[in-house]
Write a new protein. Structure first.
Length: 270
């Protein structure tokens, strides 16, 4: 299906073999786009480790993956905690062996005018969106340096490049992780580590729907009809997961340091 009509349904059987033999760690892999990626990566043949704070959704993601015969592991982990990240990675390696793919996806949003944003808001969003990426990527780069490289995908956002009113703090965090992706790509390419970013527009997840509600509540207009001008329709979680799968896989072997906009032309349009 096209970018304008009904969104495509992902046929998991078509993914078979694309990540055969890989071990993928997905932060925020229990919900939204992370969940869609957990399922797609597993259907593509990877053994998938989900690090998330949502126990119930994490366990249900593992059950969904195991229902089609693939392997997954959930570890309840706050990825802004260095200790929890280190312990979780050790558990993943003990169960599945060396990690060859990282999808660094966990994150959240605060919608608020900058002049009303508190120090606590700043600390919280920087911890969840930026400190977590630093901790997880640092640990995984160290690990990949010892195990012949791998592929890292970081979730930024169209707000990592564009500026959006009521989202100054959020855009700041997404710009930070986009620059992290670019920097890792140049720093470690000779060691076989690739790193790219996905930059989605509005996606139909708990995060995206809350964001739209809160922006609308503060006077902007981002309900489904008003999205038309920006991106024609709302994006589905599976469409971002497909982009992440491509970047994670060997199919994108010479793509490194790129920002892949998953936004139906919104960024290009200006
Ligand atoms: N939905 C959108 O419109 C949109 C657009 C661009 C970028 N993003 C990015 O996507 C991510 C949000 O994901 P989503 O839209 O799939 O929403 P979501 O809220 O459904 O999923 C986010 C997942 O991250 C987990 N998480 C949150 N804090 C965590 C922590 N400290 N440790 C571990 N796990 C944690 C949540 O439990 C949840 O499972 C963020 O990085 C956000 O910047 C979202």
């Amino acid at each position: 299906m096209t970018s304008s009509g009904d969104p495509p349904v992902t046929d998991l059987s078509t993914l078979s073999g694309r990540l055969e033999g890989k071990v993928a760690l997905i932060t925020g892999g229990a919900g939204g786009m992370g969940r869609a990626a957990s399922v797609q990566f597993a259907a593509a043949g990877a053994r998938v480790a989900i690090l998330d704070i949502d126990q119930q959704q994490g366990e249900s993601a593992v059950a969904e993956i195991e229902s089609f015969g693939a392997s997954a592991l959930f570890i309840n982990t706050d990825v802004s905690s260095a200790t929890q990240v280190e312990q979780a990675i050790a558990k993943v390696v003990a169960k599945f062996g060396p990690i060859t793919i990282l999808f660094n996806h966990a994150g959240t949003i605060i919608v608020k005018p900058l002049h009303e944003t508190s120090d606590a808001d700043y600390d919280r969003l920087m911890d969840i969106n930026v400190r977590s990426a630093f901790l997880v990527c640092r640990a995984i780069v160290r690990h990949m340096l010892e195990h012949n490289g791998g592929s890292i995908v970081i979730t930024s956002s169209i707000g990592g490049e564009k500026g959006f009113a009521l989202e100054s703090l959020y855009c700041m965090t997404k710009g930070a992780v986009l620059q992290l992706a670019r920097s890792i790509s140049t720093e470690y390419r000779q060691q076989g580590i690739r790193c790219n970013a996905v930059c989605p527009g509005f996606v139909k997840t708990a995060h995206g729907l809350r964001e739209i509600d809160e922006l609308d509540g503060l006077g902007q207009k981002w309900n489904e009809a008003d999205l038309t001008d920006a991106q024609v329709r709302i994006c589905e979680a599976n469409e971002v997961a497909s982009a992440a799968l491509y970047l994670a896989s060997d199919e994108s072997s010479f793509i490194n340091g790129t920002a892949l906009y998953v936004d139906n032309g919104w960024y290009a349009k200006g």
